[in-house]
Design a protein around this ligand. Structure first.
Ligand code: GLA
Length: 391
């Protein structure tokens, strides 16, 4: 039984009804967490994400003309555009949908005009991939509505292209993959080079996944994210001078890294160093999970945070503060900043009996330090993108 937020469903249903009549179908696509393996996806490494029980919902229906009419219920905003002139909007949110249509059209698929209403409970800008969820729910709903015949993997790669080429973030594949392929109570071990994946049960007995949201909006995220990607590519091209067989940091070992230490900028060296370690750490972390050793796994999460903060430099004071706060609490097995960085959430594995106290104490400490409220979400691992049936 998949999790569904009835309030969101009712909202998209009733707004659609008022504006356009009866919707043709409903779908949802979740946000994601990532246990370990950060910034490794675009370096052809591994990631360990899972879909969560928070999603973006869509009500959608065909139109007789070639227009796209959209409503974002949570923002109380509407937008329309013609299929014949699909250009980037100054308002952000429609671009995730337009980008999908642009990519579908590139494949010469028959997509006509449509109405759509969206709503959701994935916190925006919190690093939980609300944008990937929006892209995935859009491509999934359009695939159903116009019977396009795309596979899940084709939809995932299409959504990634929409983000890369239309929205302009050179993101990897993790977020869309997790949103589309998520499975209840399982983490996805994804090899971002071969796109082979398998589900591993995540034994949450006695443990809760708690996200602490700094509410720092990651405004640097897209520009600095693209810079990180370039820095990694620079490192690879330097290594390739002596090792032409190397295609990505996935293929790099410590010795190869040391060879370029004096020929690249320290920043580039540090970025590459973090990724090489993180790919290894994830593999060791998967072995910890197989043994159900969450203590060893948690220690690796703290090491990931240190690397992201000091070597990859994608953290911020608020995230560092929360990671240190968690590290000092014996009821937290592991914690780290999660996602692209520069704001958003930390992910914390917390002993169930201590969750309430932990959230309260973190809130007090955070407010004292930054004079601002901390938000928190206790999440469960849920299913990926699907249709939603309305009674
Ligand atoms: C963002 C990107 C992902 C991934 C993470 C960092 O969420 O969209 O592709 O690179 O950052 O791991």
């Amino acid at each position: 039984m998949s999790y569904e937020n009835q309030t969101c469903i009712s909202r998209v249903q009733s707004i659609y009804q008022i504006k356009y009549g009866k919707a043709d179908l409903y779908a949802k696509s979740p946000g994601r967490i990532n246990l370990i393996g950060e910034h490794t996806d675009y370096n052809q490494g591994f990631v360990l994400p899972a879909a969560i029980d928070k999603a973006i919902y869509i009500a959608i229906g065909k139109r007789a003309d070639d227009e796209i009419h959209l409503t974002a219920a949570d923002l109380d905003e509407s937008f329309f555009i013609s299929m014949s002139s699909l250009t980037k909007s100054k308002v952000d949110w429609p671009n995730y949908i337009i980008g999908i249509v642009v990519e579908l059209k590139k494949l010469h698929l028959q997509v006509g005009g449509f109405n759509a209403v969206i709503a959701g409970d994935v916190p925006l800008g919190a690093g939980l991939s609300s944008s990937a969820a929006l892209e995935c729910v859009t491509v999934f709903a359009l695939n159903e509505l116009f019977k396009l015949g795309l596979s899940k993997l084709e939809m995932v790669t299409l959504a990634q292209r929409a983000e890369n080429q239309f929205v302009g973030l050179q993101c990897g594949i993790m977020d869309m993959f997790a949103s589309m392929f998520g499975k209840k109570d399982a983490v996805i071990q994804l090899d971002c080079r071969s796109l082979e994946y398998h589900y591993s049960p995540f034994n949450q007995a006695g443990i809760k996944i708690v996200l602490l949201d700094t509410c720092v909006k990651h405004s640097l995220a897209s520009s600095e994210y693209n810079v990180r990607r370039k820095e990694c590519e620079l490192g690879v091209s330097e290594i390739r001078k002596n090792h032409p067989e190397v295609n990505s940091l996935r293929d790099v070992n410590r010795k190869m890294l040391e060879e370029i230490q004096n020929s690249v900028d320290l920043k580039v060296f540090n970025r590459c160093s973090f990724i090489v370690d993180e790919i290894k750490r994830l593999q060791a972390g998967c072995a910890d999970l197989e043994r159900n050793d969450l203590v060893a796994f948690g220690e690796k999460m703290y090491l990931t945070h240190d690397g992201l903060s000091n070597f990859y430099e994608v953290s911020c004071h608020e995230l560092d503060f929360l990671a240190s706060f968690s590290k000092a609490n014996k009821n937290v097995l592991g914690a780290r900043m999660m996602g692209g960085g520069f704001g958003g959430c930390t992910i914390n594995l917390v002993k169930e009996e201590a969750v309430t106290d932990f959230i309260e104490q973190a809130g007090i400490a955070f407010e004292k330090e930054f004079n601002t409220k901390l938000k928190s979400y206790i999440v469960s691992i849920g299913d990926g993108t699907s249709l939603v049936s309305i009674d």
